[in-house]
Structures are given as structure tokens and as C-alpha cells.
Design a protein around this ligand. Structure first.
Ligand SMILES: Cc1ncc(COP(=O)(O)O)c(C=O)c1O
Length: 365
């Protein structure tokens, strides 16, 4: 095939991290000593932990002691520690479908059954809060909220979050708040932290956070959990066993990122917003496809069910015909066949070429 390959399936930003983050990492690598050796037992994570709690307070109004922060090699590790802390084989978890496939992967590996609440297109991908309690059984130990959600972009409202949090309290469940896309919200939508809704909710919420998307640091592998007192000892034990710690000099890089002016992050948000407006409109103009402009994160979630092709079939045929690679929707939940996900992590000319090829492919069906 002569056409250049276009990969539109991975949520990996098209730019580098801010310069000041690189500078902080280089400086500490050059300094060496504790910065380039085992960091865990030294004072090196302390500055990072303090920067995290200062940042989280600024963003959400919620205060934590620095000891609540467990630094990890990316939020994939943070997710594993969080889920393993609260869940055992045979337990159940309440979740919203569709959602990030990494959640399913870890939960399947742990042998945890997922009770799925649908985020429907007809309801702008927001949950029907009244029906959530029906999915709770005596075995349901926790609820996971990905806010903003990958792949639908749902920015949960304070009312929705409070209802979910209160249900967790009533049923003695833990709460996982995967908030790694918190900075990427559009139009009038506003991010609300789950832990900000009440002290009781905060007491049972583990926040899962990452530098990957906010600062375009996917390959640096830097993330963290913020763990409430009630779960902290167990979480530290799991983290100690699995040891998914970041390289020591990255504590300084993370601190530089969180203490920066966030102009970089706002520029990224504006770039994703521009792409969102262009891409969703262009997809909607293609007969047979629908794509609502999403509220948060940076994924276009395309309804291709009218083509009669399953997600994998669509992705394979499109790749074969046009050398463009989308993510198949069914990997984001068992009821998502016929859906497609496109991360808007490529520059505009690439997205425009993707649309040209998508139009041609759809016309050929
Ligand atoms: C919702 C969500 N959580 C966690 C992750 C894991 O990211 P990382 O391990 O790079 O921090 C991703 C990656 O796409 C994601 O979309």
C-alpha cells in the first residue's frame, strides 16, 4: 500500500513535555548521588509529595497530608495498587461503560466482576443516577469513576458525583477516582474532584493521577495515588510488593511540572479543543457516522453502528483500504460493538488527512 500509515489509536500526545520539566530531570541526573540511586528510603520523594498535595489543593480545594501520596511509574501502576488494595478475587465493582480498557484488564486479572452502568448516547453519555443502586450487590466492594471519562469524555456533574459517593457510603464501598484528564474540559464543563464533595466521601476515595496526558509525559512513567488514611497501610504494602516506583530524578521533574505556571497545560487544552471542534463536525458530516462533541479528555467517540460493521471489522477494513488505524469500540466495554475511538493526539493536517480517507472509505461501503 502506497499511502502513508496514519495511527489514530493511541492516546499519546504529539508534543514533548515542557522544557522546564526536562531541565529539572537533566539537572538531577547530572547531580547524581541520591538522585540516581534507590530513592524510596531517602528524602527525595518528599518534595514531590508536597508538590502533589499543594497542586491537588489548588485544583480541587481538597487537602491531604503529603504521606497520602504514593508515587508510581505512571497511573497504570497507580491503578493496580489502588484496585489491589481494596479488591479480592470474587469481589464486584461498580463501573460506567464504556471506559478505559486498562481498567478492565487489571480487574479481569484480579478476578473482580464488573457491574456495568451504561453511559448512553441518548443521555449525552451521562449515567442515569436513579438506576445505579440496582447494580450493587453484597459483593460490590467499590465503585470506579473515570472523570473525565475515556472514551466518552463525560465530565461528571457534582450532583452525579455526590449521588455516587453517597451510595458508596450507604453500601460501605470504596471509591476509585481516575482523574488523569482533569485539565482537559471544554465549553461550560467544569471538573469536580470526587473527594471534594464531602469529608465522608473523601475518607473512602483513592485518587489516581498521572503526568502522562497533562504534561505529555507518557514515556516518562510518572503518576501517583492519593490514598485516604483508612486504606493507606494496605496500599503502601501493595506498592512495596509490586515496587512500581518512578526513577528517582523524576521526582524533581514531577515537582517542576506541578509547581510550574500551567501555561503549557492550557495551550494543550486549547489545541485539543480546536481539534475536537474540527474533528467531531467533520465526522458528523459523513453519512452513516455520528460523533458528538465531547465534554472532556481528548477522544472522539464515533457511532458507526449504521454501517452494520462490528468495531473490529470496521477498523480492519479501514486499515486495509486506507492505512488508517482507529481503536475498536468493543475494547472499551462489552456493549460497545460498532463504536470507534479516535484520540485527537495528532496535528491538524494528520487529522484532516484521516477525515479525507474516512470519507472515501465510507463512500466505498
Ligand atoms: C483513564 C486512564 N487512566 C489511566 C491511564 C494510564 O495512563 P498512564 O499509565 O500513562 O499514566 C490511561 C491511559 O490512557 C487512561 O486513559
Amino acid at each position: 500500500m502506497s499511502k502513508e500509515k496514519i495511527i489514530l489509536s493511541i492516546g499519546d500526545p504529539d508534543v514533548e513535555a515542557p522544557d522546564y520539566v526536562f531541565e529539572a530531570a537533566y539537572a538531577k541526573m547530572k547531580e547524581g548521588g541520591d538522585w540516581t540511586h534507590y530513592g524510596y528510603m531517602t528524602d527525595k520523594p518528599a518534595g514531590f509529595r508536597q508538590a502533589v498535595v499543594d497542586y491537588y489543593k489548588k485544583e480541587s480545594g481538597v487537602e491531604y497530608d503529603p504521606s497520602a501520596v504514593i508515587p508510581c511509574a505512571g497511573s497504570s501502576a497507580a491503578l493496580y495498587i489502588a484496585l489491589k488494595t481494596l479488591l479480592d478475587e470474587g469481589d464486584e465493582i461498580l463501573m460506567f461503560e464504556p471506559t478505559y480498557r486498562g481498567h478492565f484488564a487489571i480487574l479481569n486479572g484480579l478476578g473482580v466482576k464488573q457491574n456495568l452502568i451504561q453511559l448512553e448516547k441518548e443521555n449525552a453519555y451521562h449515567p442515569n443516577i436513579d438506576s445505579i443502586s440496582e447494580a450493587i450487590t453484597p459483593k460490590t466492594k467499590a465503585v470506579l469513576v473515570c472523570n473525565p471519562n475515556n472514551p466518552t469524555g463525560t465530565v461528571f456533574t457534582p450532583t452525579e458525583l455526590k449521588a455516587i459517593g453517597d451510595l458508596a457510603i450507604d453500601n460501605d464501598m470504596g471509591i476509585f477516582a481516575d482523574e488523569i484528564y482533569l485539565h482537559f474540559v471544554y465549553d461550560d464543563n467544569k471538573f469536580t474532584s470526587m473527594a471534594s464533595l464531602s469529608d465522608e466521601i473523601k475518607k473512602r476515595t483513592i485518587n489516581i493521577m498521572s503526568f502522562s496526558k497533562t504534561f505529555s509525559m507518557t514515556g516518562w512513567r510518572l503518576g501517583y495515588d492519593i490514598v485516604p488514611e483508612m486504606y493507606l497501610e494496605k496500599a503502601k504494602l501493595i506498592a512495596g510488593m509490586a515496587a512500581p516506583r518512578p526513577p528517582t530524578f523524576l521526582y524533581a521533574a514531577g515537582e517542576a511540572a506541578l509547581r510550574g505556571d500551567f501555561k503549557y497545560v492550557e495551550e494543550r487544552r486549547v489545541a485539543y479543543d480546536e481539534r475536537r471542534k474540527y474533528f467531531c463536525k467533520a465526522v458528523n458530516a459523513i453519512e452513516g457516522l455520528e460523533c458528538d462533541p465531547f465534554e472532556g479528555a481528548f477522544y472522539a467517540w464515533i457511532d458507526a453502528t449504521s454501517t452494520g460493521l462490528g468495531s473490529q471489522e470496521f477498523v480492519d477494513k479501514f486499515a486495509e483500504a486506507e492505512n488508517v488505524f482507529f481503536s475498536p469500540g468493543h475494547t472499551f466495554g462489552p456493549n460497545q460493538d460498532g463504536m470507534l475511538r479516535v484520540p485527537l493526539c495528532s496535528k491538524m493536517p494528520v487529522l484532516e488527512e484521516g477525515i479525507t480517507r474516512l470519507e472515501r472509505f465510507m463512500a466505498s461501503l
